[in-house]
Design a binder for this molecule. Sequence first.
Ligand code: HEC
Length: 128
Amino acid sequence: MKRIGIVLMGLMLGGGAASALAEEGHSSGPEDSGLTAKEIVQEGIPDKGVAACQSCHGETGESSVPTYPDLAGQYESYLSHSLRGYRDGERDEETMKEQAKNLTDREIDALAGYFSSQQNSLAIPGSE
Ligand code: HEC
């Protein structure tokens, strides 16, 4: 009888420790929105203070304003590296730091995939 009590207590303690660990893993870093890249581009992630990327970069990543870089057709690895740079402090630029600071790896990879797969219609000089 005594032995069963000890085993039960061990199980309860073990379970508690495991769920405490799971919670800790969950709360570290930004939470994933579960949104698709297209949704983030068009509507942002209001809960995390992320603006709609299209308001500056255009829906397909072709900006009409020269101060906002074109993202359409850019290498996926370059885009995801840039976004991680803003998020993790390697790139020090206020506007994009604010946008990227709460993005998860999944969101960054999805956004990089989205913009890299867009057609860039920039004309090649002299081609027309
Ligand atoms: C308020 C305007 C604004 C919004 C909103 C915005 N950006 Fe930017 N973005 C900029 C500016 C300005 C730069 C250039 C920053 C610099 O000089 O490093 C930039 C740069 C970038 C770059 C680097 C491009 C390069 O060639 O190195 C990426 C990638 C990027 N933005 C992605 C996004 C994504 C994804 C979103 C949406 C989550 C977003 N941006 C939202 C203004 C914005």
